[in-house]
Design a protein around this ligand. Sequence first.
Ligand code: 26V
Length: 811
Amino acid sequence: MINIGKEEFKKAYLKKFLEIHGEELGEGNSYKKYEALGNLVKDYVGEKWVETTKKYNNSGEKQIYYFSMEFLLGRLLGDALLNLGIRDVCREALKDLGIDLGELESLEHDQGLGNGGLGRLAACFLDSMASLNIAGHGCGIRYKYGFFEQRIVDDKQVEVSDNWLRDGNLWEKRKQDKKEIVKFGGEVITEEVNGVMKFTHVNYEPILAIPYDTPVVGYEHETINNLRLWSAETVSDEFDFSSFSRGEFLKALEYKNSVEAISQVLYPNDTQYEGKILRLKQQYFFVSAGVQSIIRHYKKHGGKIENLDEKIAIHINDTHPTLAIPELMRILLDEEGLGWEEAWKITTGTISYTNHTILAEALEKWPIDMFKTLLPRIYMIVEEINKRYCQELWNKYIGQWDKISRMAIIADGQVRMAHLAVVGSHSVNGVAKLHTEILKKQEMKDLYYFYPNKFNNKTNGITHRRWLIKSNPQLTRLLKNTIGDGFIKHPTDLIKFEAEVHKKEIQLELAKIKRLNKEKLAKTILNTKGIIIDPDSIFDVQVKRIHAYKRQSLNCLKIMHLYNEILANPNKDMVPRTFIFGGKAAPSYYLAKNTIELINKIANVINNDKRVNEKMKVVFLDNYRVSLAEEIIRATDLSEQISTTTKEASGTSNMKFMMNGALTIATLDGANIEIKDEVGLDNIFIFGLQSQEVLDYYKYGGYSSYEYYRDDQRIRAVIDDLINGRYCSDKERFRPIYDNLITYNDEFFVLKDFDSYIETNSRVDDEFRDLYKWQRKCGINIAHSGIFSSDRTISEYATGIWGSELIYKNL
Ligand code: 26V
């Protein structure tokens, strides 16, 4: 904890302002004020950062490296202040100077280097590792452009590049001296020297990898870990001026651009995605730089290669960093001179892997030719891994060629990254109970039966520091006043709140806090969208990536149906509702973009129909991102978690909503199941198909969406409304959604679940009328949300996967 009083802080701030801007603090220019504060905070962080690194170097404790292509950090200032323990002092000090801390915090550009759940999970994990004093560091790519910014123009999504570094990034530090070289292309010369095979990589293209380090501040400032993001540059930046006169200058520039392209942009998680060479380059680039720098550092501080797996753990976030396996093998074999068996034991002992989805389109596979040409030595190693593994398979499954080729790493002209990840690591985990079961019994069945001990479950979590303490200060205050502040360090202590939630005054207090947060969101909506919403209405929220399996379409049909009902019965007795959506569609995912347009068209029609406006409004919030999520989630009454059962590996926004006292309407999918188990069926609204029913439909068929259309007049009406011009004068506009639901038999069972969804929604309405009862349920959700803190998840990873004595001691 930093010990500093208000006056001292003021002085330090004014001094910092003068120092970095060369002028005294004056009126206006808030960004300069933000910069001064950020730099001051960085000073506080800096000393401890060096100290932590020194401590790690001397203690020899096991170092964990979390490799991920995505880190969706959001803004950093507020969290750093909170974890340093000076957010309140800072707020007061700035207030005296006429500055609003909230305003400065909001000037920071979100660090949006991630698509969604997977990238945000990586960010929550970094926060938890630092806060639990675990030596856990991130390794990824410093994309020049983050995930695109979404604008809504004429109701449609338009993508704008996210130039997040434009105004500088005060948190990062370029570490020129820690650069690495990554080698692409070329050939491998194989020769025998003194009876040992030697592999020499020649004629390759060297690329410079420059690390940028960002401090990860742990709660109470005891530990500051490191997030290292790599940027690609040409090996030599000096232009050969003689080439200028030879007319080759432009060529040189072109080359520079092609190299820098490697860390230029984050790939969106597209359904139509096909293996692109630039993505493979990105993967090898950061993984090779990361593994090389880990080993260099390890050896520099006296580490012995034979003990690597006792001292280092490398965790791969989905298959994207799987090349860490052959890269580590390459270093151990070619540079350290180990034999295959020993290298393999160390590699598998070091690496562990998390799977984040069962969606087939996300399983990465690379064409052999592309792989081999770009990474010739790595390909040889993967081939050898595959050969030895297939030999083992052969020993066990003699003659079962089909099975062996199904399980192989290289087959059908492709390299299967998920198989490589399972074979080359000692632990494979899913991210919620159902997901892990589906991995074991369906998606990776063969691999599971071959390696039963590798598979385990680690249900996801979220950092309660950002998602409760920082983003919902009023609720945090109430919790502190009623159950003390123990839950900050031990989030499962939130369970103590359960004893309070039956009290009327607590229920009223919860309602008051929610109302305040709703008013704030209503203001944001008015300012950004020009839509007036009623803070007394139910805020019914679905914010997440737009995808067919997440079924924003089901929510749309519900809203369209409600609209029909109110028009048919203007006196319908209901609680007014505001339907709020947010989320980005992958740029080439046509159906998802069509869904965004549908939501906006529905909003236009409904929000301009005075006959229904006292009862319903619809809002699509542009550019959903971490900072906007913080504002929305604390103001939500009803959290929509309505994916087709079996499809959402875990979900993490479900946990954030719960922790902020929203009730959940959900299918029994992903971590919704664990949430239901925690709070009990009385405190969550469950509907829809069960997982076995979905799996059976997929296996045996038997579902006809047309029959639901034909037999249910409510469904017929809303489906017809998609193509009769009701929401858009161009009647063909929403034909893709119509076709998906009717012509192509509704792959995600939207119509099948419609009835139970509508029925469950009317139960929501009934329950909401009783404020006390509703708030008691909200309170129970808050009380039970502690186990969904990523501190619990990270403790499980540390003890169950990364295991080391020092880690056990820390927990
Ligand atoms: C796949 C691809 C394919 C190629 C282009 C870029 C790209 C980027 C990401 C992905 C994988 C996405 C998997 C993912 O985000 N899964 C989500 O992980 C969350 C954290 O575990 C989990 O809560 C969500 O349920 C799950 O959908």
